[in-house]
Design a binder for this molecule. Structure first.
Ligand SMILES: [Mn+2]
Length: 315
């Protein structure tokens, strides 16, 4: 699986690593681990993410590793955890220009073309794939790499609670923990740490849950007003959809976030329904249990469209 990728990496000198906008722990952790690992091989590696990075991830060193580069002198591009070009934001243009391209991903439908595509839809996180790749390269685990990879895996498995958690993810985690990572601190940052503003936003959200289809669908809309009045922004919605999905007997949780007037970023969460099928109806994508899309239109119309698509998947 890795042989062609390994050859490309061995021949690379200057590598740009890309990931998706609205980056999560897998996107950031996988990118940072790649940077630190490939630097051990003497490569120059720069990280690109066209978005703000939440303060909660700063324990991984995001402030040092993500800086603005104007450089475009790369021979190799690697894009991780990103299913389509548009999700790279403005950096998709830089990615397109680089001669050799490698895709490493676990999303169900990845549409980015490259010289090598390392795809494992069964992998619970890209972090798992990077860990396997490192075993074939002269890269040694250390505390910083282990912190990044653990964060990647912990994020996408919901702290080893989601259905994509496997014995492999636990075995890898065990190896990473042996690097003396700050386990408790990492998981606090990933899953518990909230600002007062985030709690204020959460209070508004929890107050405004709508139930549909005999309580099988829970839906929340976060408007620009909610952000304004709680002094928060889109980045502060981290973890909210998972919270709603935890309501007893809910089959699907839908979180709609107004990003521009009458345009919503939608995230679906479910342990019972294949949410990627719902997201696909709106040209979105993701995984079985967690996916997302964008809808535009008047709020009530957008809600109706989403509920209609969602109902079809309820068994
Ligand atoms: Mn991921």
């Amino acid at each position: 699986m890795f042989s062609k990728c390994i050859n490309l990496i061995k021949n690379a000198e200057r590598i740009a690593v890309f990931t998706h906008i609205n980056p999560d722990g897998d996107a950031l952790g996988s990118s940072i681990a790649l940077k630190l690992g490939l630097e051990q091989m003497g490569k120059v590696v720069h990280l690109y993410c066209d978005d703000n990075i939440h303060e909660n991830y700063s324990f991984m060193g995001t402030k040092d590793y993500y800086v603005e580069y104007s450089d475009d002198n790369y021979d190799t591009a690697i894009v991780v955890d990103c299913p389509e070009m548009s999700r790279m934001g403005a950096y998709s243009r830089l990615f397109a220009k680089i001669k050799t391209k490698i895709v490493i991903d676990h999303h169900l439908r990845n549409t980015i073309s490259a010289d090598v595509r390392i795809m494992d839809e069964q992998a619970g996180s890209v972090g798992v794939i990077i860990f396997r790749l490192f075993k074939h390269l002269p890269i040694k685990l250390n505390k910083n790499i282990a912190t990044a990879l653990y964060s990647a895996i912990s994020t996408d498995t919901g702290c080893f609670m989601h259905g994509n958690t496997t014995s492999e993810s636990h075995l890898i985690a065990a190896e990473l923990i042996e690097q003396k990572i700050a386990l408790e601190d990492i998981n606090f940052n990933l899953f518990k740490r909230k600002t007062k503003s985030q709690i204020a936003l959460m209070a508004r959200v929890l107050n405004n849950i709508q139930y549909h289809e005999n309580n099988r669908i829970a839906l929340v809309v976060i408007t620009k007003t909610d952000f304004k009045e709680s002094h928060t922004s889109y980045i502060d919605t981290i973890g909210l959809s998972g919270y709603i999905a935890g309501i007893t007997d809910i089959d699907v949780a839908i979180l709609m976030t107004e990003t521009e007037k009458n345009c919503y970023l939608v995230s679906f969460r479910s342990s019972k329904v294949n949410t990627s099928l719902i997201a696909q109806e709106f040209n979105g994508g993701g995984h079985k249990n967690a996916s997302g899309c964008r809808v535009c239109g008047k709020k009530e119309n957008a809600i109706d469209k989403l509920l209609e698509a969602c109902k079809k998947e309820l068994i």
